[in-house]
Design a protein around this ligand. Sequence first.
Ligand code: PFF
Length: 495
Amino acid sequence: MAVRGQFSNRLGFIMAAAGSAVGLGNIWKFPFEVGQGGGAVFVVMYLIFCFLLCLPVMVTEIAIGRKTQRNPVGAFNALGYKKWNFVGKLGIISGILILSFYNVVAAWAFGYVFEMVMGNFDIGNHFTAYTSDIFKISIYAVVFMVATAYIVSQGVSKGIERATKIMMPTLIVIILFLVIYSLTKEGSLEGLKFYFQPDFSEINGKVIYGALGQAFFSLSLGMGALITYGSYFSKKDNITTSASIITLMDVGIALIAGLMMFPFVSFMVHNNPQLISSLIESKADVAAIVAANPGMSNLEIFLLPEAGNSGAGLIFATLPTAFESMGAFGNVLGAIFFLLLSFAALTSTVSLLEVPVAYVVDEKGYKRSRAVWLMAGIIFLIGIPSMLSGGYSAFFSDFITYYHAEKSTGFLSFISDTASDTFLPLGGFLITVFAAYVWKKENLQAELAIGAPGFEGSLVSKYISFAVTVLCPLILGLIFVLTVLGKFFGVEVFG
Ligand code: PFF
């Protein structure tokens, strides 16, 4: 086996893992999941899942990676449990599927850099026309996949660390600026309320599995990305502390992305009351919901899943309006924002590609560069139906109607529902069951104690043990069943 790369130091690892975690999941997906999940209740569930369930899963993944120094399949083999390497294989399949659609959304974001430069702020109203422009989108998508492959072919530490160290802080500064700006806008308060004031009567199965899927996706968990990155992690460093920092950073960025988005959305709705009346007129199901719930605010009506505004187009529709309101400065800021968003996406696509690449390099003996370009090509091809599902092809845009569902689901969302909302929590469940009962929790604890003075016997160590042996297997297993029944078969256990 080739000598493995290693991150140059702890900061390097944290930056790379945080680069994997922070991406479209935080800035594009989180706000629209919150919008569809009814606002603050979703946020509360998401936070609970991230810290109580996901953090222990993250620690376990990094520990398995560092212990074995392998890819997700090789890791199970190296521990002596070949039968369990199907968990790694499931992870690799999840990674391939996720990257196939993620690259398409990244291409949309990348294309927006040029649209903002040109001052095409009206694009939010023509988002489907934009995503249907297959000529343009496919060029952006090729550029994006090639950039990803190039960085991965350069090896972990060089390419990934360097890109992350500069981009991420800049992105945070811009988002914070947008947060402050959005709060000065008229009508923004309603957005804040929607985001921060939970109405617990709204909790249902959909909110629960949506929040869990989002937590796994956002933290890059459940598919062995962190087993792979953990395999480059040094024995001198503290896994638990590093994982906590990564989780805090990721959650923090998602939270400020929401803080930027909802005040803007409510500003938009506030300034355009006609939007709501025409929405009610044009959509019978929205009208029915509004009639049945007289207390609904305009913002809530606008974000109803039935209204179709809170879906995948949310940031792409709302932000251009916000940039437009800034005058000439809006062009520059808009372009920089989408450029940095593209970079954030790039550090995530890199980690997604790294997983199958590490697998074929370690297990099949491929040369790194050959593995990279082969995988990138295959994944690009798998992503073509997702690209066509943005409106260009009616077949892929209305790909499937789940049992009992009223609306059809496009190919891109179908892959996201399957790979990220279903496979990732399943992967997390299997990884914790494996660590607790097959590999044994004592071995996990021993690995976590390396590079972590004071860990043994600490409260943190006890909590991780409890989470990995009881909490995660139980709750992740339960929610997995709930997700499959609810999402694909329309059976809502919680009404
Ligand atoms: N965490 C990334 C995001 O939030 O955009 C997406 C992702 C990257 C998921 C890597 C899974 C993964 F392995």
